[in-house]
Design a protein. Structure first.
Length: 129
């Protein structure tokens, strides 16, 4: 799948965001190694600690369907600038590998990163052993 197609799926997910407090919409599209795409949007709750990001929504949907290996995740938002995964989402991404392409896009201009670019010296399962 081309990155522009994945970005388009992320924009489709963005339209489903539930953001009554911030009005800051985020959409994500996760590409599995088997070629399936799982989308997610951010979901705000009045108790902000219960809020979930678009990236984690997409990842958790894929995990719940039995997927564990991912190729790429595209992230878009209603902002006029690129929106990068938050710290918690970066930690969730690294749990499933350091080779996942992280695509941040605004319109169809995009940049691609690896998790080591966004979360250097990350804590992973290797550190637990």
């Amino acid at each position: 799948m081309e990155y522009k197609e994945l970005i388009e799926k992320a924009y489709e997910a963005l339209e489903k965001a539930y953001v009554p407090y911030s009005d800051f919409k985020v959409g994500a599209a996760l590409l599995t190694e088997s070629g399936e795409v799982f989308t997610g949007c951010n979901i705000e709750i009045a108790s902000f600690g219960a809020t979930n990001c678009a990236e984690r929504t997409a990842i958790f949907k894929a995990i719940s369907e039995g997927h564990r290996r991912f190729k790429a995740i595209a992230v878009v938002s209603s902002s006029k600038d690129f929106t990068y995964p938050c710290g918690i989402c970066r930690q969730v991404i690294v749990e499933f590998g350091k080779d996942i392409d992280i695509i941040v896009a605004k319109d169809y201009d995009y940049e691609v990163y690896k998790i080591d670019d966004l979360l250097p010296k990350s804590f992973t399962s290797i550190d637990i052993k």
